[in-house]
Design a protein around this ligand. Sequence first.
Ligand SMILES: Nc1ncnc2c1ncn2[C@@H]1O[C@H](COP(=O)(O)OP(=O)(O)OP(=O)(O)O)[C@@H](O)[C@H]1O
Ligand SMILES: [Mg+2]
Length: 501
Amino acid sequence: MQKITLDMKDISIEFPGVKALKNVNFTTQTGVSHALIGANGAGKSTLMKVLSGAYNHYTGDIYFDNEKANIRSPKESMQYGVQIVYQEVDTALIHYLTVAENIMLNDMVESGNKNSLINWGSIYKKSQEILNSMNVNISSKKLVSELTLAEKQMVLIARAISKDCKFLILDEPTAPLSNSETEELFRIVKDLKQKNVGVIFISHRLPELFEICDEITVMRDGEFVVKKNICDTSQSEIVEYMLGRKMDEQFPPKENVIGEKLFEVKNLSDGQMVSDVSFHVNAGEIVGISGLVGAGKTELCKAIFGATPDVVGERVLRNKVLKVKDPYDAVRQGIALVPEERRKEGILVSESVAINITVANLKKFCNGNVFLNFARENKTAKETISSLEIKTPSHESKVKNLSGGNQQKVAIGKWLVTDSEVYIFDEPTKGVDVGAKKDIFELIYGLAKAGKAVIYASCELSEILGITDRVYLMYDGKIVKELETSKTNEEEILYYSTGGK
Ligand SMILES: Nc1ncnc2c1ncn2[C@@H]1O[C@H](COP(=O)(O)OP(=O)(O)OP(=O)(O)O)[C@@H](O)[C@H]1O
Ligand SMILES: [Mg+2]
């Protein structure tokens, strides 16, 4: 099969206050899977957005097989066979339309123009065929609003590969996927490679890049650092290129002192997924909630926080039963939740970084409960920006202009400035680079050392083993096992997470 070479040369782009790309060179080919890696804010998504025609104010040139391509709009990019699945899954789909409509959107617009009649039968059939060929079990007639994040991701991939696709860009596709869904995606990537599609794969999970990619390009601070064949490099070398320094131990030493029981959940059910869950967290303790994607961890976090209606059961803080009808009640009584779908639930994207960081705790920033003390608000915002190393031109920048990982950090920062007693983290490191992960672990340790009760929900076993003191395993909405972290291992956790008794 004839290979097509893609060359991006000397690409630069600026936004107010940020030089996002500085003379970046990027080259790859069809039939190859190419990893693109770099810390949060390094410029990966921006470079790929340039390629997919999202911007017209960049400088530099793009070539396919040494022929210059003038890509200044998505349409022009698609004409060269470039398809992209954006990092912000939620904004890329139309929620009140069906799966089929979302997959076939462009075709429908085009065919609609010609004869204004849409052949629904064929729309459903075609989109279902694509999903089936991906081994994805979603009905094309379902509304997108009813899908899980992982399913939405699959719909976006289906949409991309339904077109004439020579280069497919996947911007952090595995962040919302379970292990088996990730395996399925890898199978799809291999299959596309066979069909001579070039796959550009952005991810913060190094092991998976080493599993499925042939080549890797590293970026740092808007610049190209190095391009390597995967077989000629190692994970630690890549981390060093990314950060510009050697990475030391990921997890801080355990120094938290575990005290008395601080928080307890008794017989909590949400009428849907969560079923009769009871557990407790001591002061100064980090308790893991683990299990596979879909085991009910997120639902449990939301139920505790009052973010789902009709929850029965008790939340007990310092031996006092709390009345939690909604998240407002929860926050008021000392419970904080950093939700998994942070873009949708955790941040106000059109507001500034400073407002986002202080919004959960406005009282703290008010004079006599009336006037907002901007000076105090700004000071706290700046402190959080520096302690979490949030990459932003200023505390006044809009959150929607930050990179994906930096948006996550804002959502985390927002809850860290509240004076809560119980902190619930739902997959806090998703989409966060290895350096920033370490900062987040340190902040979570800081909370434990300050005597808070920390609930850490994650399906990343290495994190559960690295950061928690005890862990509860969920399976099918129930807690099936409690383990002491220092006395367990990955195998045992996996055994119970997959329904072992
Ligand atoms: N539309 C925009 N307006 C202003 N600044 C922007 C815009 N898009 C990107 N930036 C800035 O450009 C830089 C690079 O962002 P980009 O999203 O490309 O990072 P990334 O490497 O994809 O990071 P992540 O791993 O967090 O997704 C960041 O500093 C970001 O704030
Ligand atoms: Mg990005």
